[in-house]
Design a protein around this ligand. Sequence first.
Ligand SMILES: [Zn+2]
Length: 340
Amino acid sequence: MLLLVFLVVSLFSSVITGCGQAVKTKEPVSEETIRETEIAESAVVEPLPAVEKTAASQPPHPPQVVGFDAAQVMSHVSYLADTIGPREEATAGEAQAAQYIQDRLTEYGYSPVQQVVPVPAAGGNSLNVIASLPGGQKPEYKIVVGAHMDTKSKSGPSPGANDNATGCAVVLELARVLSSNRRNVPTVEFVFFGGEEVAPGGGQDDHHFGSRQYVAGLTPEAKSSIRGMVSVDMVGFGPSFLVRNMKKAPQTLVNLLLECGKARGLSYLGDTGTFGLSDHEPFERAGIPSAWIEYRNDERIHGPGDTSAHIDPSKVDNTGQFLQNFFEEHLTPERLGSLL
Ligand SMILES: [Zn+2]
């Protein structure tokens, strides 16, 4: 009985305070506790279809923390940037990153799929990695959360820690934490895009190959089910925490994000580039409310100095906790229904 009281107190010490700062415990909560809670919940709530799990999905490093875990995120950043290194589009480095991400998603219980993305300017194929979380809130609507896996080396080989191992790592961790609370979140499609950067030798508009192909391949029904898109791109360095877009589609999602992110210092900056500067671009041009979450400015991107050593874990943590909070607390079914 005493143990039960302790477990209940442990769970409730992870308090989400609306869209303000989330207070979370670093105390590990046992898998038994999580299972007990799930069983207790399923007694009163109709359970959703289980996310398929296989024997191969046993994690080598089981996550210990309930809620967004910055240490877990930094280990992804380090693997992508320091172990794999440069991940130019349509190269073996990008394919290795895709495999790493696919393996983690499988560990978390997803059934990720790969989409081949031809990049003629680079003379090969990139790929997108896609994983879906069937949500419990208005499951007919979907939010796409994306991050690009590839890097660009302009002033020497770039390990691409900030641009964009940070975005990939935050989205991966978000996929982990939201999967344990899917009754309270909308349907989310996590997409790790290949070929975001301008292709070597290409013009300024020869980019966003993965996201453009994803949008171009949508059936009319699939497109109308997507009510919003969030691109997470460069979230580990710089003083300004921003939500950006090109103002080519309804600003509804940006407005909700700004409302929710106020307490975390989020502000708006227009993405004024003619061609768009991240993977929200094709979604926005297709009329889907879209947003790019970024910290700026980081002069080390696209060069050898973009290593994991210069990433500030508190910034990736702030980004991830903000997005977790947004999906679990702020994006109510009513607000989700009002996006388009
Ligand atoms: Zn980027």
